[in-house]
Design a protein around this ligand. Structure first.
Ligand code: SF4
Length: 409
């Protein structure tokens, strides 16, 4: 988007206002593929009606299924893969500007921005098509990331959310060793960045020294997202996760010791081939014991060319849904108890937006989109809601997934 702007082409907010539409697709699991295809079909209709002149499709779905899509969707003018930025700009009639290192056009509100620290993945997870689409792990050099963080700060960013397919691998390809701890420390030094949040931390061979930096630096959130996928040893082995239940429990113990009070977010897959009632029960017991702060569940999606593909998809969808619902019901009780324990607590929140009569904010324990929100009555701010800024609040009420709070006077 920054390249498009530098070439004196305008970005617009509404598809109908555009001359050219570029759809960035996802090809990760069935639900994402379906959403991508439906979005392309809507755009094809717009092109047929003459609302837009050109239609391009880019991203993972296009990388993975380009030749099929070219046959099925001749109305699309051109398909691009995941790294074809230069080709996109040149097709639009511009020239790629290499000097725009680290410059970005933010599509998220500027106070909170994602920082992608590497691309691709070297792990062998059996169910996952991401390495097929995005290739092996390529870390972005540390100095480039610090430069990008400073650039984002200039745009008004206060919260940096570190993402990658696998953030704990950071540095191994580039420096021959894991450098997540150093990266966190150098980003924490960037003036004006008040929250740094770590997402997608793969559990196997977790760089424990990163936890020390997270504890020592005040502007790193007491929060970690660590996708565990399962807790039954046979499932973990078949999934090729490189970790056992015991080792996972030890790691969670280390996180809780090094980062007391931190919120731990995780995600699981249910209905993986061979998941018996007993292996699901092991997962259910694990969730009950560990009492995660935040949790999401995906239904297993069989993906072609992954190593799990040959196992088929024997668990019926209804059983997968039942298992997901059982875990989410268990988690909703855990989450409610944890939220209720916060009533009366004072906390600093980042105000994301105004919705109806409330300012919708987040605590350091919550990532945008996926986690809890803190709702504060708009009246508390006497007509001047601090959207994009921090506020000090006291928690007054709790539900399963959200908190109500009032502004501290
Ligand atoms: S670590 Fe994540 S992205 Fe990499 S193969 Fe495993 S699930 Fe896929």
């Amino acid at each position: 988007m920054s390249q498009i702007e530098a070439n004196r082409m305008a970005l617009v907010d509404e598809p109908g206002e555009a001359d050219t539409l570029i759809i960035n697709t996802c090809g990760f699991i069935d639900a994402a593929k379906e959403e991508s295809v439906n979005t392309i079909l809507e755009a094809v209709e717009m092109k047929k009606r003459g609302d837009i002149r050109q239609l391009y499709v880019a991203g993972c779905l296009s990388e993975r299924y380009r030749s099929d899509l070219e046959k099925e969707l001749p109305e699309v003018d051109r398909f691009f893969g995941v790294t074809d930025f230069k080709a996109i700009i040149e097709t639009l009639g511009g020239s790629y500007k290499y000097e725009l290192l680290g410059e970005r056009h933010l599509s998220s509100p500027s106070h909170s921005a994602y920082l992608k620290i590497s691309e691709g993945c070297d792990r062998p997870c059996s169910f996952c098509a991401i390495p097929i689409m995005r290739g092996g792990h390529v870390s972005t050099p540390l100095e480039k990331l610090v430069h990008e963080a400073k650039f984002l700060r200039e745009l008004g960013t206060k919260e940096l959310i570190l993402i990658a397919q696998d953030t704990t691998y950071y540095g191994l390809d580039l420096y021959g060793e894991r450098r997540l701890a150093q990266l966190l420390g150098e980003l924490a030094d960037v003036d004006g960045i008040e929250w740094i949040r770590l997402m997608y931390a793969y559990p196997s061979r977790f760089p424990l020294e990163a936890l020390d930096v997270m504890r020592e630096r005040e502007n790193i959130c007491r929060y970690i997202d660590i996708p565990l996928q399962h807790a039954d040893d046979a499932m973990l082995k078949s999934m090729r996760r490189g970790i056992t239940r015991r080792a996972t429990e030890e790691l969670l113990g280390e996180i809780r010791t090094h980062l007391p009070g931190a919120a731990i977010r995780t995600t699981f897959i249910v209905g993986y081939p061979g998941e018996t009632d007993a292996s699901f029960q092991a997962l259910h017991d694990f969730v009950e014991e560990q009492e995660f702060d935040r949790l999401g569940v995906f239904l297993y999606s069989q993906e072609e060319n992954t190593t799990a593909d040959i196992l088929g998809d024997p668990v019926p969808r209804a059983v997968k849904e039942e298992r997901r619902d059982a875990i989410m019901e268990l988690q909703s009780g855990i989450s409610r108890r944890k939220n209720e324990a916060r009533i009366g607590e004072s906390m600093r929140v980042l105000c994301d937006r105004v919705e109806g009569d409330f300012v919708v904010a987040r605590s350091e324990f919550d990532a945008p989109e996926v986690d809890n929100e803190v709702l504060i009555p708009l009246d508390d701010f006497s007509g001047a809601p601090p959207v994009g800024d921090f506020a000090e609040v006291t928690v007054t009420e709790a539900t399963e997934y959200d908190l109500m709070a009032s502004k501290r006077r």
